[in-house]
Design a protein around this ligand. Structure first.
Ligand SMILES: [Zn+2]
Length: 82
């Protein structure tokens, strides 16, 4: 594959949503040094699934229902202060 350097202008990108895809990387695990492959969204993984088992997407998302906060109350007094 031919390659060359090109100049890329600096630019900013607005916040947006983008669909990303996983890809399967073939690589050598840093820990057990075995050829393996792994599917990730991000950069090339370093460890195989045996050395670094995939994490569950999110830890317990069930939070105990938050208790209602005490709210400041305004009490009306029956006595008018003139
Ligand atoms: Zn490994």
């Amino acid at each position: 594959m031919a390659s060359k350097l090109i100049s890329v202008r600096e630019y900013t990108v607005r916040a947006h949503q983008r669909e990303i895809h996983t890809r399967v990387f073939n690589f050598i695990c840093k820990q057990c040094n075995e050829t393996t492959n792994r599917e990730t969204y991000g950069p090339r993984p370093l460890y195989c699934e045996r050395c670094r088992p995939p994490q569950p997407p999110k830890r317990q998302q069930l939070k105990p229902a938050a208790k209602a906060k005490p709210r400041p109350m305004t009490y009306k007094s029956n006595t008018d202060l003139d």
